[in-house]
Design a protein around this ligand. Sequence first.
Ligand code: FES
Length: 106
Amino acid sequence: MFAVQADSHEVVTVEGLGAADGGLGILQDSFWETHALQCGYCTPGMLIAAQALLESDADPDDEAIVDAIGGNLCRCTGYQGIVAAALDAAQRLQKEKAAGAPQSAT
Ligand code: FES
């Protein structure tokens, strides 16, 4: 999108997905735990796409995740780790919500 299209909207970059204490956010940690990290070109896009999905769908299935990250092309992987990371993050966020912990979507 063009920058002008974001005028008056909140813009969150991958740097904004970290935890309040400066550590990894839940989604970032799930990428770490499931070895979903790829190169510096595609990983930020995968994280932002997965974040957007989790904000709109707290319990996505594999198909929803694959659809959500579909705009990020990588010729280097099979995407299984990314799907696993998004599923893991969704479960962790649901547990956090059930426990009444503050929601940190990241
Ligand atoms: Fe990033 Fe393939 S690992 S484009």
